[in-house]
Design a protein around this ligand. Structure first.
Ligand SMILES: *Cc1c(COP(=O)(O)O)cnc(C)c1O
Length: 404
């Protein structure tokens, strides 16, 4: 292990967007100038070009640029006609927007607990809930107690590693549910599907990405993208993102302003070709952490991220949006790292089922033990493509010091 002298204190941020920008600043500024010179600020050629680039990158027939990951999901739920009287199954251990959008269209979130190894929703938990609580008729699955129709499953590929899509696909077909992939943290991530490799977002009827600045592919503001297989759904979503308007000033359905900004599309178009190399760099950083934590004999003190698809022959078996470790001493470790000027984050400190705004759903503490344990024990360590091995070594040394 590289021993750093103690006087060589460092500051290690969780994420540093500056290094990436310095490399690309000329190209990004040129792309912005193109937009300014064209005077086409809304749904112009940059949006179209970026949508086509995403189609090629993900190997999907349709991509619809939208204003954020959250708006992507809102438009999707509207497009699938999910609303009052409907319920949707999703994970309680993710960013707020999943359950937030479900509530905004008037539907109800039904949570299923996570797999403690990957933090992703456990297909077995979904299946058990459906078998116990629903009846299946020609019209689909209905919750016996309330009569609500179960319409969809929304798994989130958390931290850059994909859910068990084989199992989720099977359950969604058996219970006639839409499968909507929240791939906000997992653009480019791959998983084995049958005998082939598939990319995050492309196995469900529909999936979406977020280009929030800190995501693996980040805009200079808010932006998002929907990807889908079905042409009819794609054209419906295209209309929905623009006030349900087609042609101009003729409104067939009530949509919203969910448009991807031309300037953001221009910037994202410059960055997309680098995404694969950034994913590789994130993975190399993760490998370094693993090697050094292992060498330091810490793997029985902190649980390192699972890599369920590591040996499946996929390049992007994980894209390490976050490098999340777990320990029952999480809060003390967090404080120790603050003292060492190492920035960490907690994703997420509270399950969605315990959020005040969802109290009306009727859940209580203890309902999802693995989610609650993860909320108490997980800590995200600094990771980004340009992170230096020295900075990582400093993080590892500080954690070694804590456990000594
Ligand atoms: C970031 C994120 C979103 C929301 O994306 P925005 O673009 O910020 O609206 C949704 N789901 C997950 C899992 C996310 O990480």
């Amino acid at each position: 292990m590289l021993k750093l002298p103690s006087y060589l204190a460092m500051r290690v941020p969780l994420l540093d967007l500056g290094q990436q920008y310095r490399v690309l600043s000329k190209q990004i500024r040129e792309a912005i100038d193109d937009v300014l010179d064209s005077h086409r600020f809304i749904l112009g050629s940059k949006v179209q070009e970026f949508e086509s680039a995403i189609c090629r990158y993900c190997d999907v027939p349709h991509a619809i640029g939208v204003s954020s990951g959250t708006d992507a999901l809102l438009a999707i739920l509207m497009g699938l006609g999910i609303g009052r009287g409907d319920a949707v199954m999703t994970t309680p251990y993710t960013f707020f927007s999943t359950a937030g959008c479900v509530a905004r269209v008037g539907a109800r979130s039904v949570f299923a607990d996570i797999d403690p190894r990957t933090y992703n929703i456990a297909p077995s938990a979904i299946q058990e809930w459906l078998e116990k609580n629903c009846e299946l008729d020609s019209d689909g699955a209905r919750r016996i107690k309330t009569g609500e129709k179960i319409r969809a499953i929304i798994p989130a590929h958390l931290f850059g590693s994909c859910c068990q899509m084989d199992a989720l696909r099977e359950i969604s077909e058996r219970f006639q549910l839409y499968l909507i992939e929240d791939a906000a943290q997992a653009i480019g991530a791959e998983f084995p599907f049958g005998d082939r490799a598939a990319k995050a977002g492309t196995i469900g009827e529909v999936g979406f990405f977020s280009f929030y600045p800190s995501k693996n592919l980040g805009a200079a503001g808010d932006a998002g993208m929907i990807v889908c297989q079905d042409e009819t759904l794609a054209s419906k979503l295209r209309i929905l993102r623009n006030h349900g308007m087609e042609p101009r000033y003729f409104h067939h359905v009530v949509g919203g302003n969910f448009r991807l900004d031309e300037m953001q599309a221009a910037i994202l178009g410059v960055k997309l070709p680098f995404l694969e190399s950034w994913a590789a760099a994130r993975r190399a950083a993760a490998d370094f952490y693993r090697a050094e934590f292992t060498r330091a004999g810490l793997t029985d003190r902190i649980t390192l991220p699972a890599e369920p698809y590591r040996d499946c022959g996929l390049t992007n078996h994980h894209v390490y949006h976050q490098y999340v470790v777990r320990t029952p001493k999480r809060d003390a470790l967090h404080e120790h790292l603050v003292k060492r000027q190492i920035e960490t984050a907690i994703y997420y400190p509270l399950g969605l089922h315990e959020q005040k705004c969802f109290a009306y759903l009727g859940y209580k503490n203890g309902d999802f033990p693995e989610t609650e344990r993860a909320a108490r024990e997980t800590l995200a360590l600094p990771i980004y493509p340009e992170i230096s091995r020295e900075a990582q070594q400093y993080v590892v040394n500080a954690i070694v010091e804590f456990f000594e």
